[in-house]
Design a binder for this molecule. Sequence first.
Ligand code: GTP
Ligand code: ZN
Length: 289
Amino acid sequence: MVAEGRVIKFYGGFCYVMVDGAVKECLPRRRLVTAGLLVGDRVKVGAAEAGRCVVEAVLPRRTVLFRPPVANVELAVLVFSIRDPQPNFGLLDRLLVVSQAAGIEALVCFNKLDLARDTPPAEVAVYRAVGYRVILTSALSGEGVTALRDALADRISVFAGPSGAGKSSLLNAIQPGLRLRTGEISHKTRRGRHTTRVVELLPLTGGGLVADTPGFTQLDLPDIPAAELAAYFPEIAAASAGCRFNDCLHVQEPACAVRRAVEEGTVALFRYRNYLSFLRELKEKERRF
Ligand SMILES: Nc1nc2c(ncn2[C@@H]2O[C@H](COP(=O)(O)OP(=O)(O)OP(=O)(O)O)[C@@H](O)[C@H]2O)c(=O)[nH]1
Ligand SMILES: [Zn+2]
């Protein structure tokens, strides 16, 4: 028998593979372990040997994340609270660049709507106008939770965002008890800098898998050439069609359509400032290497 399945966790030397909705305890071939088999990998499972099924082969990956180490992530839910703490849009823009560079779709989730129902931040409209998918949620009142649950159905997702934004609370609102098995211990060890992070994909009852540890903890921008950064800011990329120079970086160049768009308000100033700050960072990196 050869079946196709999905690795959902490693534990005690075994590899747990979901095959047709059931979890099988398997032993992977040593060469696959050496090659770095990951949670999220699609695998071929062969017949049992000495009572255990054997993972025989790995199918090609669509995406790879390193923090947490998960293959084939399709959706990154970027969670920021509207208040307490205030959203850090520099971090949000950074996570948007990181997910796009990894080939992972982003869903922006502004949480704690209950704390600011009458005054949603103006930036929400900016992200929507740029074309990002944005939802407003409250883990407390349940608003937006159905939309979030629907977005997670039938795909592999990770949550990312600053501490205190409500990632755990949202997961719990989506599916009560989802994270019970991981519990407080993994929650605490996660903070230790050098502790090994194990990641598990949790099956959602609506279909789909969600990583139990938040992703994208690295704050470094991906290794993209400075000249390509504009492609990660869709509204800046669109405006740049009107720049006089086609290698315009939209900093000081004459006849820059992006700076004109910022002055006219069609490109939001805070997004442009984040672009400039990321551009400096990438140029700095290019100088060092
Ligand atoms: N008012 C309000 N409070 C919320 C909401 N969601 C979460 N909280 C509270 O915000 C605090 C942080 O929530 P968590 O779910 O632990 O946040 P987290 O993003 O998982 O944080 P880390 O585990 O540190 O990364 C808790 O005290 C929650 O009760 C919400 O929608 N509304
Ligand atoms: Zn320009």
